[in-house]
Ligand binder design. Sequence first.
Ligand code: ZN
Length: 320
Amino acid sequence: MHNTRREFLRLAGSAAFIAAAAPHALARAPFAGAIQPSYRLKLGDLEVTALADGYLDVEQKLYTTADKAEMSKLLSNAFRDASAPIRTAVNAFVVNTGEKLILIDCGTIQGFGPTLAKLPERLEAQGFSPEQFDAVLLTHMHPDHVGAATNSDGAARFAKAELIIAETEWKFWSDDGNASRAPKDIQPFFKIATDAAKPYHKSLRLFGKDEEVMQGITSVALPGHTPGHTGFIIASGKESLLVWGDIVHSAALQFAHPEWAIAFDVDQTQAIATRKAIFDRAAAEKLLVAGMHIDFPGFGHVVQASPAYGFTPAFWRLDQ
Ligand SMILES: [Zn+2]
């Protein structure tokens, strides 16, 4: 005992002991900088990976039907800056069935700013190479959903993949008449949509309403945001997931006020009705949902709440 104590005191006073004990207290590490966010969960026999394309700051005034005072209150309650544009995630999802590798949405096109269009590097960081993909499913054809479909030279990034879109969606964006009738600031969206699909002309597959588009993946028509806006129910074993695209652009606002539409909705009245209906269904069926604009990784459950609905983010799963 004595010896041990003496030995400890001798060691404690020695330079070697101080050097060995000190690193935790004194170590300096360089800042790690940006990360490559991803999140993966098992869904039955499938693997679903959420990837962050980035984020954009949405002007509050784009919630055209929102009450200003109520919006400020909700943003403050959600610990958001009530006087700033609303920071909004852009997500995409990879589904690996074991047989097929599928990408749902492609993130944002280049040129929307430095915080977006990260999907290609996020795919690579997760070990996915573009030529591995069998299919690319699009919830709709807005510029923040078709981005990585093509390379910078306009060629198909996912050269071996089918491009799978709702027929209604494709017909809307590829109609020159619709393009010329659209508001001026929306007109470029038509060319962006058709340019994204152009290199896939041989592998473009269009689906109807509520169809099984791949084994275990069924489309759910969710019109309004765009005419062919679509969710996908992915099912395996006892588990299922609804990837619902742009049903929600701000969780802080639109669960409490599903009647608040965003300026990008092609048909706001229909978008509002669709949002309420799918909220009701998701809450009643206790569906796990995932959204392209819900804070990364975007998984959670809709609950009935006051004044309307609420959103409970899914717990962090460390599935193997
Ligand atoms: Zn979007």
